[in-house]
Design a protein. Structure first.
Length: 187
């Protein structure tokens, strides 16, 4: 028969001695289990003490990425998005028209931008108001804040109420979208 007195409280130390022995047994068992599971302690494989510490990894700069810029514009009461632009260095008020194929300048804005004389109104357009004719031109530059687009095909239109920024400008952007009266341009 085995001697099982270690686990019995009636031993020489009384109940308190028995509880301390049992607690010590559980603590030792827990430490041994931790050493085995965590791989620490005298049984765990160790790296050579003479092995130098690894050098910190060199910090690399990520490759240059193109940073896109964006411009957020709100529509006016009439639903059009107006902007103060610069055409060939001349400031003018323009409206965005996503349905217009070309940037279209009024005759007055074209004159202010230095585009006048010798215009040939040979391009026919179908508009909401019927047929109209425009004179094809190339604008050196259109600028809105930090956004700058060079060499933009455009037309000068007779009887146009406001100059329009159409697809020959919009298609040169990375993206544009209109949602709930807000236009976002990204380049």
């Amino acid at each position: 028969m085995r001697d099982n007195r270690f686990m019995e409280p009636e031993g020489g130390g009384g109940v308190m001695g028995w509880a301390v022995k049992l607690l010590a047994l559980w603590v030792v068992a827990g430490v041994v289990l931790y050493i085995v599971v965590a791989g620490r302690g005298p049984l765990a494989p160790r790296e050579a003490a003479t092995k130098p510490a690894p050098a910190p990894a060199a910090t690399e700069k990520p490759p240059a990425q193109s940073v896109s810029n964006s411009l957020i514009l709100r529509a006016g009461r009439n639903g059009y998005v107006y902007v103060d632009a610069s055409v060939n260095g001349t400031p003018m008020r323009m409206a965005f028209d996503t349905g217009a194929s070309y940037v279209s300048l009024t005759q007055e804005d074209a004159e202010k931008a230095g585009i006048s004389g010798g215009l040939n109104y040979s391009m026919e357009f179908s508009t909401a108001n019927g047929h109209a004719y425009g004179a094809p031109v190339t604008l050196r530059q259109i600028r809105i804040g930090q956004l700058e687009i060079d060499d933009v095909r455009a037309v000068v239109m007779k009887d146009l109420g406001v100059s329009l920024l159409g697809q020959t400008f919009l298609s040169r952007l990375d993206t544009y979208q209109v949602h709930d009266g807000v236009m976002t341009l990204t380049w």
